[in-house]
Design a protein around this ligand. Sequence first.
Ligand code: IVH
Length: 702
Amino acid sequence: MSTLDLFGDAPPSDEDKARDVARAAELRALLHHHAHCYYTLDAPEVPDAEYDRLFRDLQVLETAHPELLTPDSPTQRVGGKVLDAFASVQHRVPMLSIRTETDTEASGAEAFDARVRKELNLSEAEPAVQYVAELKFDGLAMSLRYENGVLVQAATRGDGETGEEVTANIRTIGQIPLRLPADAPPVLEVRGEVYMRRDDFEKLNERQRARIAAGMKGEKTFVNPRNAAAGAVRQLDSGIAAERPLSFFAYGWGDMTPAAEGGPVWGTHFEALQQLKSWGFPVAEQTSCVQGAAGLVGFHQRMAAERDALPYDIDGVVYKVNRLDWQQQLGFVTREPRWAVAHKYPAQEEMTTVLAIDVQVGRTGKLTPVAKLAPVFVGGVTVTNATLHNELEARRKDVRVGDTVIVRRAGDVIPEVVSVVLDKRPAGAELFTMMSHCPVCGSLAEREEGEADHRCTGGLFCSAQRKQAVWHFAHRRAMDIEGLGDKLVDQLVDSGQVNTLADLYHLQLDTLANMDRMAEKSAVNLLDALEKSKQATLPRFVFGLGIRHVGEATAKELARHFGQLAAIMDASEDALLQVPDVGPIVAHSIHTFFAQAHNREVVQALRDAGIHWPEGDALAPTEMPLAGLTVVLTGTLQSMGRDEAKDKLEALGAKVAGSVSKKTSYVVAGAEAGSKLDKAQALGIKVLDDAGLAMLLNGEKP
Ligand code: IVH
C-alpha cells in the first residue's frame, strides 16, 4: 500500500502498519541527522528541498497515524541543538516557526486567504483581508533584546524556547542599532533575519580560497550565503565573526513593555514595521500591504521576477494578516501561527546523481568534461548536464561517476554542480582523470603549461572539430548559411561528403536530398543559401574561419585595420599587435593559423569556389565617426533588425555592448524594452528611439 492509500477506507494490515512504523523511525533518524549537520555543524549534506520533503513525509505519516508521533519527533520542535559553548537564553516570548505552503503556484496563496477568512468567519460579502507581504530571507532568525534603549542580548532561535546567546557576534553587524531613540519602549525584543549578501559571500569565499591556498589550517569555503551566515553567527571568537560581513532585516517583535507602561500601541503589523524602521532597523523595501488573495498572488509573482536581481537569497515570501487583533483571534496550531504562512518558490538547488562524465570536443579542440545527470527539475527547468569545465575543476569539486551531487540553477545562469554529498559516494568511485587521447579521433590530448584545458591535437583531422568548424562557418553572424543545421552537418562530415569548408560549395542536389530528413525542397533551399553566402564581407569571412581567440569583434577590427585578406594573412605578430584589442595571445593565434599551409589552402579553395567580398583599403581612424562610443540595443526597433543596427553602428566605429553600465554612451530602445531601459534611466544614460538611431548613423548628434 502506498502512502496515499493511508487515507483510504480499507483498514491497514499489520504488515503495512509495521512498515509505516519503521518508515517513521527512519525519517526521524534522517531528519535528526540532517538537522544536526545543518544547525549544529553548519555543514548541510542535502539541499533544503530534500529536507522539506523528508519532513513532509513524516508529517503525512504522523497525521494519518497519530500514535506514531513521539515526543522527540523533529516535527515537534522548531530548530537545532544548542552548542555547549554558548550561554543559553530562555526566550520570554517563544520564537515561533511558520507554516510552509508547499504549493508554489498561485493556488498556494489563495488557499491561505481562504483559510484565514474561514477562521475569522468572514462571509463572502465582507471586504478583502489586508495582509503584509514580506520576503522570506534565507538566513537565520535572531531575537535582539533592548533594555532602556540599549542592545543587551542577541539570541538565536534554537528550539524556539531556548536559544544561544551570540550578542558579541551580533554587535559586529553594522546594520543593527546598539542604541535606540528615546521614544522606544523600555523593553523591546526585535526579531528578524541575519543573512549574508551574495556579493559579501563571494568575497568571503574568495578570501577563504586564498587562505586555503596559503596552507592555513582549518579554513574552508562555504556552500551558500546562509551556511556562511550561520557559521559567522556561531563563531566562538567574535573577532572572526567581525571579519564575516553580515546583514539584518527586521520582520517582527517578541517581548515588549506592555502599552500601559509606556510601550507602543500598534493596531497593525505594518504600523509596527514602520515604527521599527523609524528606530533604525532595516526593513526590506519590498514589504507591502496587499488586499486579499489577488494581492498575495501579485506579490508572489512580482517577487519571483525580482528574485535573481536581489542582492541576497530568498526562498519564498511570507504573508501575515495585518490586523493584530485578528492575529490574536486566529492564534496558533502547534507552534505555528494561523495568521502567517511562508509561500515558497521552486528550489534553486536540488540533489541528483552523476550517471557518467562525458568528454566533449570543442571547435578548437578543447576537451570539456560534462557531468551527465539523472534528470532533475531545478530553478524551473529539467537539468541533465552540468559542465565541469576542465580536469582541474572536476578534481577540485571531486565529482565522480555514481556520486550524489547538489545542482544549482539560478536565473539564466548555466546549471552547476555545487558540491558532492560524500556520505552517499558508492564504494569504488574513482577520481576523474582526463583521457590521454581525444575520445572522437584518438589523437593525443595535451595540456599546455599554465593552461587548465586539455586539447585534442587532431585539428581538422578530428571529425568533432571539423563538424564544429562547419557549424561555426555557417553561423548566422559568419557566412549565414541558412538550413545547415547540426544534424545535417553531422551526416555530411560522417559520410565524408564534407572534409573541408570548401567542400560545402561542391555539394550536389542529389547528395543533399539523399540525406536523412532532407526533402528535395530543403536541399534546393540550402543550395540557394550556399550560393547567396558567396557574397560575403571580409569580417564575416575572417570570423567564419574559426581562428582561435578571433571573435566577431576582433574579425571586424582586423578587416578595418588591414582592409584586405592578403594583408591579414601575411601580417607579422608585431603588425597584428597594432590592431585595437589584439594582444600577444590573439596575435600569436592568428599568425600561427595563417602560417599553416592547409589553412591557406582552405582559404584559397573557398575563394576558388566563388566566395568574394568588397576589399578596400585599410580604414583611417577619421572614417570612424562613432569611434569611442558604446551603444546598447534593447527591445524591437521599427526601422531595422537588431543585427542590422549592430552592423551599421560597428561599421562607423561604435562598440555595441550587451549590458548597460556607466560607460554606456547611448541605449537604443525599441518596443517592449525591458530591464536595460530601466537601468539606463536609473544611471541617467541617454535613451534613443528609431529616430535617434537614424541621427547617430547619419553622423548627427542625437
Ligand atoms: S516570521 C511567527 N517573516 O523563516 C512568525 N520569518 O519558520 C515568525 N524568515 O525562522 C517568523 N523571512 O528565520 C518571518 N519575513 C519573514 C521571514 C521569516 C525569513 C525565517 C525565519 C523563521 C523561518 C520560518
